[in-house]
Write a new protein. Structure first.
Length: 389
């Protein structure tokens, strides 16, 4: 048993055992990360971890403080090596992507304030992206990007906008990811990329949004705006919905029309009609849902009505994408279909409620008969009692 313990101790990974004599906090942090068993201190910093003398351990080539411009290539010695990465299923194109990104290009030009690997992933104790504690976990990505892109002083120095993070948090995507905890909601890297981060140009916005909003993009292609988007005079999704602070409210989006459309023109009137159709149909579905729920609480059998209501709700989900066509006739036809489906729900409920009312009326003669019989029995009982006395 003792021999086994000794052998296992000798064979266990030594994460900078000699380095820990002076650098215990860094060693302890590193042991909690994904690199603990595969990367040692000397892999990044050089030196000789077996030496106990500081001068000999460091040697002439020790890298106590790594130059920012050298960090991507250093990380790439492992992360661009297919023999090392394939067994753990990590892509090996990350360094190549980074070099083509805005960050990588800026660092290559000598702009050392641009992000390098450690700015996003950390230094010691790097965690896997799926770890909820990781700075590159989806729920932390806005904050991680915001350390630079929300830094007003830094961004103004680099001539970049500094409100992206705050705008994202105030938008629909930010509310889904950070407010409701929806892990499928888009974050910075969903649109810009991660290692190959590049802001999409206006000509690419539709394709980027279309990764999630496929039906909306398909409907937009059938709209009058599509023609102008192709020649570049209309900038696509961001014109109505903005880029970081994504909006869906009709009142907010209406203001986006002003640069091209004046309030009285037919396009603006068409927009108002479309929004009215959408609002009225949503209201009808909500009211029908309330009635079905009330009927169920009253003891009615509502399985068929619930099924018909879900059919109408499914049809309602088609309305927001369809309005991107700006085709009033198509939107009106779908709202009419939904109204018909909801009308059938109300008719079914009316029949059930009427049947319940008839049941109550049918009980009136029964109760009258029972009361009459009770009165007769009581009268008979009294006569018998008088006769006996």
């Amino acid at each position: 048993m003792l021999i086994l313990l000794v052998v296992s101790a000798l064979c266990a990974p030594t994460q900078g055992a000699g380095c820990a004599e002076c650098h215990a906090p860094q060693r302890d942090t590193e042991l909690s990360g994904a690199h603990a068993k595969v990367v040692s201190c000397v892999d990044c910093h050089g030196g000789n971890a077996k030496e106990t003398d500081k001068d000999r351990a460091h040697g002439p080539a020790i890298k106590t403080s790594l130059a920012r411009s050298a960090i991507p290539a250093l990380c790439g010695t492992c992360h661009a090596d297919t023999r090392r990465m394939n067994p753990v299923g990590i892509p090996t194109d990350q360094l190549a992507q980074y070099r083509t990104s805005r960050h990588g290009e800026a660092v290559a030009r000598g702009v050392l304030q641009a992000a390098v690997c450690t700015d996003c992933h950390g230094v010691h104790g790097i965690l896997r992206a799926r770890d909820p504690r990781s700075p590159v976990h989806p729920t932390h990505v806005p904050g991680t990007c915001g350390r630079c892109h929300g830094n007003r002083e830094l961004m103004e120095k680099l001539n970049h906008p500094w409100t992206a993070e705050s705008e994202y948090r105030a938008g629909v995507h930010g509310e889904l990811l950070l407010g409701k905890g929806d892990p499928a909601a888009p974050h910075c890297a969903s649109c810009h990329g991660n290692h190959g981060a590049v802001p999409p140009g206006f000509s690419e916005v539709g394709r980027v949004c279309g990764k999630c909003h496929t039906k909306q993009v398909e409907m937009f292609e059938a709209s009058p705006h599509a023609f102008y988007a192709k020649d570049g005079s209309f900038k696509g999704c961001v014109v109505c919905h903005a880029n970081h602070r994504i909006v869906t409210s009709a009142t907010t989006m209406a203001g986006q029309c002003a640069p091209c459309h004046e309030a009285p023109d037919k396009e603006m009137k068409n927009f108002a009609v479309l929004q009215d159709l959408l609002a009225r149909t949503r209201g009808e579905v909500a009211r029908t849902g309330d009635r079905v729920a009330e009927a169920a609480r009253a003891g009615l059998f509502t399985d068929d009505e619930q099924l018909a209501l879900e059919k109408a709700r499914t049809s309602l989900l088609q309305l927001p994408p369809l309005q991107h066509t700006l085709n009033q006739a198509k939107v009106a036809a779908l709202t009419q279909t939904i109204s018909s489906e909801l009308g059938e729900v109300h008719r079914q409920l009316d029949r059930q409620e009427q049947a319940e009312r008839w049941k109550k009326f049918a009980l009136v003669p029964v109760w009258a008969f029972l009361l009459a019989m009770a009165w007769l029995f009581r009268a008979k009982q009294k006569r018998i009692e008088r006769t006996g006395s």
